[in-house]
Design a protein around this ligand. Structure first.
Ligand SMILES: [Zn+2]
Length: 260
């Protein structure tokens, strides 16, 4: 068996994944925003699964306080750019993955271009303003988005297909003034909770890329580590949403799932 097929044998063996699903994964371009507690495990599983191109975006450097949950980094990486430390680790895990590093704060035209050039965006950034900006760029480009957040013992995840369907975008659920999602710097976060949400992001990404048929997945998924429970809220699109509503200036050209 070829090394490539051997590496991915357990995914290829999945009935709804197969050779075709792996081929789609191997050709995909995925933009990962934020290489913190969510982005590290997400990137690990996406690299291990052989995603064709991973574009890594983070402008931050590794700090000692990151090491309890940002599992790509070691003490030797303290002070290094996260994109560089992560890329080195991911390249060692799977040399077949093409890695691109963006060590800048993505916004405006740069964010719009980065989002438009990929098949899927994973947002594991650590603040609401960034998540809203990434959401708006994904809606405008018609690029699917998987966005997640963690704080204390809790996490949440939303998949936004951005395909013209009735699924809500992130802005349908939150706006700039929403402070229910604080900053884990002050509030703290349990490392494995970020791991749960980060691996869930990777799972959603692989199922999406491989076009595996799904049962109902819409709505906001809430994870509570204190009770070890998952709950899904039925979330509707906001017809007056400033980003995806009919009058939104940025609402864009919904595109087919993949582009080259
Ligand atoms: Zn919306």
């Amino acid at each position: 068996m070829q090394a490539h097929a051997q590496r991915h044998a357990r995914h290829i063996a999945l009935p709804d994944f197969g050779v075709a699903g792996q081929a789609r994964v191997s050709q995909a371009r995925v933009l990962l925003i934020g290489l913190g507690g969510l982005g590290c495990p997400a990137a690990q599983y996406l690299a291990a699964a052989g995603v064709g191109t991973l574009i890594l975006n983070d402008f931050d450097r590794v700090d000692a306080s990151n090491l309890a949950r940002q599992v790509l980094y070691t003490p030797a990486d303290i002070g290094a750019l996260k994109v560089d430390a992560a890329a080195a680790r991911l390249a060692a895990m799977n040399p077949e993955v093409r890695l691109t590093c963006l060590d800048e704060r993505l916004d405006g035209v740069g964010l719009a271009e980065a989002v438009a050039r990929c098949d899927l965006v994973l947002d594991g950034s650590d603040n609401l303003a960034t998540r809203l900006a990434v959401n708006a760029a994904c809606v405008a480009a018609g690029t699917p988005l998987i966005t997640a957040a963690v704080i204390r013992l809790e996490g949440q995840l939303l998949v936004c297909p951005n395909d013209g369907s009735d699924a809500p975008c992130y802005q349908c659920l939150y706006d700039e003034h929403d402070e229910s999602l604080g900053d884990c710097r002050g509030a703290g976060v349990l490392g494995p909770v970020a791991g749960i949400l980060g691996t869930l992001m990777a799972s959603e990404a692989l199922l999406w890329l491989a076009a595996v048929p799904r049962s109902a997945t819409g709505g906001l998924l809430l994870v509570d580590a204190r009770s070890a429970s998952f709950r899904r809220l039925q979330s509707r699109r906001n017809p007056h949403c400033a980003v995806c509503g009919p009058d939104a200036p940025t609402r864009g050209n919904f595109h087919p799932e993949f582009r080259d």
